[in-house]
Design a protein around this ligand. Structure first.
Ligand code: PLP
Length: 461
């Protein structure tokens, strides 16, 4: 860290922060008297706080975002050049970076065709929901308006995306929600609802979706929205058989498949997109966090040409096109940064690195499972991993949330920032989360799991 903050500056920052900033996901009463950590600088996999303490960041900016790591001057340079040339013009007009990034992005998504720009994962999902609703009106006499979402999945913090929210603790006290969002059962083999495993469990969990469709009436269901690997709900990887069956069901009942790649997208699982791990053919794909690795706010709602075409037909109807706008979807810094971000991933072979480092980390976590009985399950894809903590492997009783917090804090004390599922599902906020940047080295991975090893020893003995 190159310094720059003296003790006086630091106390002024903390004072201003405590006096005026309303932090995300924070109960401010205890925060007021706490000694907060403000991250002020980053380089590669490392960040430094206001006191100069160095941390290895095992969660890419806390929430699975900084996929190419910190301090990428090449991204900063293209953003600067673009801002000097043209920072903004309304998205209805298009832009050079928007066109160039769309072409590049679509080249990584065979079968997909059109990119709609917006600013956050929640907004991208809202756009997708609006597309589905408008298609219901255009094509199905206003009938196919229902959108199915899955227990434990998360799609955002706005009211419509919360209406599609499968994490009850996040939703509590924010209702009433929007109508016609219908929940389907989760697909988490570790906490299976049926006495089945592997492919049989995967198919049964998909059949449960069909049961919901039939109960609701297939002619009322427009779309199914799923995370390829559930993120904040517990890093849940679906078993074999699930996605094949899901795809069949969508085709059978003429239901659009919307894949939420806000976390998995742009390399996190070792392929460009998480759905590509499972051979899925989506109709709509949304993405945000890794698109520009947090260097600019950009999100995309991507569709097939078939979906896009529905908004070109019937010129006699003045309402037939997608009547949506996002002011800052016209910012040019986002696609300029996203284009460079993608170039870096290619030039530095970061997908390959993600696969090999992900395997290493999975192996390390599995080895920790031998040693620490408190780890009930380890799961993940690429550099997107979780370790679920239970007080008893037989009953799978989750450990107390305060103990999960203690493990996270102990890793922090050792200079490693890890994450955990946080106040999302009542009684089940017990999974440690890991998502290092795709540039992680073997030493980084080993250091992360060593910190976890020490922390588990300290907290659970
Ligand atoms: N979808 C998923 C799977 C997410 O994990 C998130 C955020 O964590 C979102 C959507 C919402 O994204 P944003 O916070 O950018 O609105």
């Amino acid at each position: 860290m190159d310094g720059g903050l003296n003790d006086n500056d630091i106390s002024k920052v903390i004072e201003a922060d405590k006096a005026h900033v309303w932090h995300h996901l924070t109960q401010h009463k205890p925060f007021e008297t706490s000694d907060p950590r403000i991250i002020v600088e980053g380089k590669g996999m490392r960040v430094w706080d206001q006191n100069g303490k160095e941390f290895l960041d095992a969660v890419s900016g806390g929430v699975w975002t900084v996929n190419v790591g910190y301090g990428r001057t090449e991204i900063a340079d293209v953003i600067r050049d673009q801002l000097v040339k043209l920072p903004y013009f309304a998205g209805s007009a298009g832009s050079i970076p928007g066109a160039m990034y769309s072409e590049r992005l679509i080249s990584k998504m065979p079968g997909m065709s059109r990119v709609y720009y917006t600013n956050s994962g929640s907004e991208a999902n809202e756009k997708a929901f609006k597309l589905v609703r408008q298609i219901a009106h255009k094509r199905y006499g206003g009938k196919k308006t229902k959108i199915l979402y899955r227990d434990r999945d998360y799609h955002g913090s706005t009211l419509a995306t919360m209406s599609a929210g499968g994490q009850d603790e996040r939703n509590a006290q924010y209702g009433p929600f929007a109508p016609d969002f219908i929940r389907v059962p989760h697909c988490m083999e570790y906490r299976a609802q049926w006495d089945l495993s592997g492919e049989e469990y995967g198919q049964r969990a998909a059949d449960a979706i069909e049961e919901v469709i039939l109960a609701e009436g297939a002619d009322t269901v427009g779309a199914l929205c799923l995370e390829p690997v559930t993120a904040g709900g517990g890093v849940i990887t679906p078993p074999p058989g699930y996605w094949e069956r899901v795809q069949e069901i969508c085709a059978k009942y003429d239901i659009l498949l919307h894949i939420d790649e806000v976390v998995c997208g742009v390399g996190r699982t070792g392929t460009w997109f998480g759905y590509q791990q499972y051979g899925i053919k989506p109709d709509i794909v949304t993405m945000a966090k890794g698109v520009a690795s947090g260097y600019a706010a950009i999100a995309c709602c991507v569709t097939t040409e078939e979906v896009f075409d529905m908004f070109k037909e019937d010129m006699s109807d003045p309402l037939s096109y997608f009547r949506d706008i996002s002011t800052f979807g016209g910012c040019t810094a986002g696609p300029a940064a996203a284009l460079k971000n993608m170039q870096i991933i290619e030039d530095e072979n970061l997908l390959e690195n993600c696969v090999s480092m992900g395997d290493r980390m999975l192996g390390n976590l599995q080895a920790l499972m031998e040693k620490h009985k408190v780890i009930g399950d380890v799961r993940g894809k690429g550099l997107f991993l979780g370790a679920e903590l239970v007080s008893d492997r037989g009953t799978k009783e989750p450990v107390a949330e305060k103990d999960v917090g203690a493990v996270v804090a102990e890793c922090g004390a050792q200079g490693v920032i890890i994450g955990a599922t946080n106040r999302s599902i009542p009684g089940l906020n017990n999974t440690l989360c890991f998502s290092p940047a795709l540039i992680a080295t073997a030493d980084d991975i080993d250091r992360i799991t060593e910190a976890v090893d020490n922390a588990l020893g300290k907290v659970f003995g």
